[in-house]
Write a protein that binds this ligand. Structure first.
Ligand SMILES: Nc1ncnc2c1ncn2[C@@H]1O[C@H](COP(=O)(O)OP(=O)(O)OP(=O)(O)O)[C@@H](O)[C@H]1O
Ligand SMILES: [Mg+2]
Length: 218
Protein backbone atom coordinates (compact mmCIF):
# COMPACT_ATOMS: atom_id res chain seq x y z
CA UNK A 1 0.00 0.00 0.00
CA UNK A 2 1.23 3.48 -0.85
CA UNK A 3 0.66 6.46 1.43
CA UNK A 4 0.14 10.07 0.38
CA UNK A 5 0.19 12.65 3.18
CA UNK A 6 -1.07 16.24 2.84
CA UNK A 7 0.92 18.56 5.07
CA UNK A 8 1.18 22.33 5.48
CA UNK A 9 1.94 24.89 8.14
CA UNK A 10 -0.73 27.18 6.75
CA UNK A 11 -4.42 26.47 7.40
CA UNK A 12 -7.00 26.57 4.63
CA UNK A 13 -4.53 25.79 1.86
CA UNK A 14 -6.36 22.80 0.39
CA UNK A 15 -5.28 19.66 2.29
CA UNK A 16 -8.77 18.26 2.78
CA UNK A 17 -9.74 19.18 -0.79
CA UNK A 18 -6.70 17.42 -2.23
CA UNK A 19 -7.28 14.34 -0.06
CA UNK A 20 -10.87 13.95 -1.27
CA UNK A 21 -10.08 14.51 -4.93
CA UNK A 22 -6.99 12.32 -5.05
CA UNK A 23 -8.80 9.44 -3.33
CA UNK A 24 -11.71 9.66 -5.78
CA UNK A 25 -9.32 10.01 -8.74
CA UNK A 26 -7.54 6.85 -7.57
CA UNK A 27 -10.86 4.98 -7.37
CA UNK A 28 -11.82 6.18 -10.85
CA UNK A 29 -8.44 4.80 -11.92
CA UNK A 30 -9.55 1.33 -10.66
CA UNK A 31 -7.41 1.50 -7.53
CA UNK A 32 -8.64 0.72 -4.06
CA UNK A 33 -8.31 3.85 -1.92
CA UNK A 34 -9.02 4.85 1.65
CA UNK A 35 -8.47 7.98 3.69
CA UNK A 36 -7.18 8.70 7.15
CA UNK A 37 -8.59 11.83 8.77
CA UNK A 38 -5.90 12.85 11.23
CA UNK A 39 -7.37 16.33 11.68
CA UNK A 40 -9.38 16.57 14.94
CA UNK A 41 -11.68 19.05 13.12
CA UNK A 42 -13.00 16.02 11.20
CA UNK A 43 -13.81 17.72 7.88
CA UNK A 44 -12.84 14.67 5.89
CA UNK A 45 -14.76 12.29 8.14
CA UNK A 46 -18.01 14.26 7.80
CA UNK A 47 -17.55 14.32 4.01
CA UNK A 48 -17.11 10.53 4.15
CA UNK A 49 -20.29 10.21 6.25
CA UNK A 50 -22.27 12.28 3.73
CA UNK A 51 -20.78 10.22 0.91
CA UNK A 52 -21.61 6.78 2.21
CA UNK A 53 -19.37 4.92 -0.24
CA UNK A 54 -15.69 4.53 -1.06
CA UNK A 55 -13.22 5.88 -0.24
CA UNK A 56 -13.88 4.86 3.34
CA UNK A 57 -12.55 7.31 5.90
CA UNK A 58 -10.86 6.21 9.12
CA UNK A 59 -10.84 8.98 11.75
CA UNK A 60 -7.79 9.26 14.02
CA UNK A 61 -7.84 12.43 16.07
CA UNK A 62 -5.51 11.48 18.93
CA UNK A 63 -2.39 13.07 17.38
CA UNK A 64 -0.28 10.17 18.61
CA UNK A 65 2.05 8.48 16.08
CA UNK A 66 1.30 5.04 17.50
CA UNK A 67 -2.43 5.54 16.87
CA UNK A 68 -1.76 6.80 13.37
CA UNK A 69 0.22 3.63 12.68
CA UNK A 70 -2.64 1.49 13.99
CA UNK A 71 -5.12 3.32 11.75
CA UNK A 72 -2.81 2.92 8.74
CA UNK A 73 -2.48 -0.80 9.52
CA UNK A 74 -6.27 -1.07 9.61
CA UNK A 75 -6.47 0.51 6.15
CA UNK A 76 -3.69 -1.76 4.84
CA UNK A 77 -5.43 -4.84 6.27
CA UNK A 78 -8.62 -3.80 4.48
CA UNK A 79 -6.70 -4.18 1.22
CA UNK A 80 -6.33 -0.57 0.10
CA UNK A 81 -3.80 0.16 -2.66
CA UNK A 82 -3.55 3.79 -1.57
CA UNK A 83 -4.02 5.58 1.74
CA UNK A 84 -4.51 9.35 1.64
CA UNK A 85 -3.82 11.13 4.92
CA UNK A 86 -5.38 14.50 5.71
CA UNK A 87 -3.52 16.21 8.55
CA UNK A 88 -4.26 19.07 10.92
CA UNK A 89 -1.58 21.05 9.13
CA UNK A 90 1.27 21.53 11.52
CA UNK A 91 4.85 20.43 11.62
CA UNK A 92 4.20 18.69 14.94
CA UNK A 93 5.70 15.35 15.97
CA UNK A 94 2.69 13.55 14.53
CA UNK A 95 2.76 15.67 11.38
CA UNK A 96 6.37 14.78 10.77
CA UNK A 97 5.63 11.13 11.52
CA UNK A 98 2.88 11.08 8.88
CA UNK A 99 5.33 12.67 6.44
CA UNK A 100 8.01 10.08 7.14
CA UNK A 101 5.74 7.06 6.65
CA UNK A 102 4.46 8.47 3.33
CA UNK A 103 5.60 7.52 -0.15
CA UNK A 104 4.74 11.06 -1.17
CA UNK A 105 3.99 14.24 0.79
CA UNK A 106 1.99 16.95 -0.94
CA UNK A 107 2.06 20.52 0.33
CA UNK A 108 -0.87 22.48 -1.09
CA UNK A 109 0.13 26.12 -1.47
CA UNK A 110 -2.05 29.08 -2.38
CA UNK A 111 0.08 31.41 -4.51
CA UNK A 112 0.24 34.30 -2.04
CA UNK A 113 3.20 35.90 -0.26
CA UNK A 114 1.91 34.78 3.18
CA UNK A 115 1.56 31.17 2.10
CA UNK A 116 5.00 31.12 0.52
CA UNK A 117 6.50 32.58 3.71
CA UNK A 118 4.94 29.78 5.77
CA UNK A 119 6.40 27.18 3.39
CA UNK A 120 10.11 27.37 4.18
CA UNK A 121 10.22 25.66 7.63
CA UNK A 122 8.31 22.66 6.32
CA UNK A 123 10.44 22.38 3.19
CA UNK A 124 13.59 22.49 5.29
CA UNK A 125 12.30 19.78 7.64
CA UNK A 126 11.16 17.47 4.83
CA UNK A 127 14.48 17.88 3.02
CA UNK A 128 16.34 17.13 6.26
CA UNK A 129 14.43 13.87 6.60
CA UNK A 130 14.84 12.99 2.90
CA UNK A 131 11.05 12.83 2.44
CA UNK A 132 9.70 12.57 -1.10
CA UNK A 133 7.57 15.70 -1.36
CA UNK A 134 6.20 18.28 -3.75
CA UNK A 135 4.30 21.53 -3.52
CA UNK A 136 0.91 21.63 -5.25
CA UNK A 137 -0.23 25.08 -6.33
CA UNK A 138 -3.76 25.19 -4.98
CA UNK A 139 -6.78 27.46 -5.53
CA UNK A 140 -4.78 29.55 -8.00
CA UNK A 141 -6.66 32.60 -9.30
CA UNK A 142 -8.17 32.22 -12.76
CA UNK A 143 -8.34 35.94 -13.52
CA UNK A 144 -4.58 36.52 -13.50
CA UNK A 145 -1.60 34.23 -13.95
CA UNK A 146 0.84 36.58 -12.26
CA UNK A 147 0.68 35.19 -8.66
CA UNK A 148 1.09 31.66 -9.97
CA UNK A 149 4.02 32.38 -12.28
CA UNK A 150 5.77 34.46 -9.61
CA UNK A 151 5.34 31.68 -7.06
CA UNK A 152 6.55 29.04 -9.53
CA UNK A 153 9.65 31.15 -10.33
CA UNK A 154 10.40 31.56 -6.63
CA UNK A 155 10.01 27.86 -5.88
CA UNK A 156 12.16 26.91 -8.84
CA UNK A 157 14.88 29.34 -7.75
CA UNK A 158 14.87 27.70 -4.29
CA UNK A 159 14.99 24.18 -5.71
CA UNK A 160 11.58 23.18 -4.32
CA UNK A 161 9.85 20.35 -6.23
CA UNK A 162 6.45 21.38 -7.60
CA UNK A 163 3.76 19.16 -9.10
CA UNK A 164 3.16 20.07 -12.74
CA UNK A 165 -0.62 20.01 -12.23
CA UNK A 166 -1.86 23.38 -10.99
CA UNK A 167 -5.21 23.42 -9.20
CA UNK A 168 -7.18 26.59 -9.87
CA UNK A 169 -9.94 28.22 -7.84
CA UNK A 170 -13.24 26.73 -9.08
CA UNK A 171 -16.69 26.97 -7.59
CA UNK A 172 -17.41 23.31 -8.32
CA UNK A 173 -14.80 22.33 -5.72
CA UNK A 174 -16.59 23.59 -2.58
CA UNK A 175 -20.05 23.02 -4.11
CA UNK A 176 -19.44 19.34 -4.82
CA UNK A 177 -18.19 18.68 -1.29
CA UNK A 178 -21.51 19.56 0.32
CA UNK A 179 -23.09 16.25 -0.71
CA UNK A 180 -20.02 14.15 -0.07
CA UNK A 181 -18.86 14.32 -3.67
CA UNK A 182 -15.94 15.85 -5.54
CA UNK A 183 -15.60 17.86 -8.73
CA UNK A 184 -14.66 14.55 -10.38
CA UNK A 185 -18.18 13.16 -9.95
CA UNK A 186 -20.29 16.28 -10.42
CA UNK A 187 -21.72 17.33 -13.74
CA UNK A 188 -19.75 20.34 -14.92
CA UNK A 189 -21.97 23.34 -15.59
CA UNK A 190 -19.24 25.48 -17.16
CA UNK A 191 -15.98 25.01 -19.08
CA UNK A 192 -14.18 26.19 -15.92
CA UNK A 193 -15.73 23.33 -13.93
CA UNK A 194 -14.64 20.86 -16.60
CA UNK A 195 -11.08 22.13 -16.30
CA UNK A 196 -11.13 21.37 -12.55
CA UNK A 197 -11.71 17.71 -13.41
CA UNK A 198 -8.72 17.67 -15.77
CA UNK A 199 -6.50 19.34 -13.16
CA UNK A 200 -7.24 16.83 -10.39
CA UNK A 201 -6.91 13.88 -12.78
CA UNK A 202 -3.57 15.19 -13.99
CA UNK A 203 -2.41 15.61 -10.39
CA UNK A 204 -3.36 12.01 -9.59
CA UNK A 205 -1.63 10.62 -12.69
CA UNK A 206 1.51 12.58 -11.85
CA UNK A 207 1.44 11.54 -8.15
CA UNK A 208 1.03 7.87 -9.04
CA UNK A 209 4.01 7.99 -11.38
CA UNK A 210 6.08 9.91 -8.88
CA UNK A 211 5.43 7.28 -6.19
CA UNK A 212 6.43 4.51 -8.55
CA UNK A 213 9.70 6.30 -9.36
CA UNK A 214 10.85 7.38 -5.90
CA UNK A 215 10.99 4.81 -3.08
CA UNK A 216 9.91 5.72 0.47
CA UNK A 217 12.67 7.33 2.56
CA UNK A 218 11.70 6.29 6.09
N1 LIG B 1 -9.46 24.63 -5.96
C1 LIG B 1 -10.34 25.21 -5.15
N2 LIG B 1 -11.34 25.97 -5.64
C2 LIG B 1 -12.25 26.55 -4.83
N3 LIG B 1 -12.24 26.44 -3.49
C3 LIG B 1 -11.27 25.71 -2.94
C4 LIG B 1 -10.27 25.05 -3.72
N4 LIG B 1 -9.43 24.39 -2.87
C5 LIG B 1 -9.89 24.61 -1.64
N5 LIG B 1 -10.99 25.41 -1.67
C6 LIG B 1 -11.79 25.87 -0.53
O1 LIG B 1 -10.91 26.52 0.39
C7 LIG B 1 -11.27 26.17 1.72
C8 LIG B 1 -10.06 25.53 2.41
O2 LIG B 1 -9.74 24.32 1.74
P1 LIG B 1 -9.45 23.00 2.57
O3 LIG B 1 -10.48 22.80 3.62
O4 LIG B 1 -9.24 21.90 1.60
O5 LIG B 1 -8.07 23.42 3.24
P2 LIG B 1 -7.31 22.73 4.45
O6 LIG B 1 -5.86 22.93 4.19
O7 LIG B 1 -7.79 21.36 4.63
O8 LIG B 1 -7.79 23.65 5.66
P3 LIG B 1 -7.61 23.38 7.24
O9 LIG B 1 -6.22 23.82 7.56
O10 LIG B 1 -8.66 24.25 7.86
O11 LIG B 1 -7.83 21.92 7.47
C9 LIG B 1 -12.48 25.26 1.63
O12 LIG B 1 -13.64 26.02 1.78
C10 LIG B 1 -12.39 24.69 0.21
O13 LIG B 1 -13.65 24.34 -0.32
MG1 LIG C 1 -8.56 20.44 6.31
Amino acid sequence: MKIVTMLTEKGGSGKTTLTRHLAVAAIQDDQSAACLDADPMGGLRSWGDARGRDPFVVPEASQKPVHVDQAVDKIRDAGADYCFIDTAGALSAVGLHMARIANLVLIPLRPTADDVKALWPIVEELKRHAVNFAVVISAAPTTTRRPTTETLDLLEAQGVPVAPAIIHQRQIVPDSGINGLTALETEATSPADAKAVDEFKYLWTWAKTRMAEVPVAA
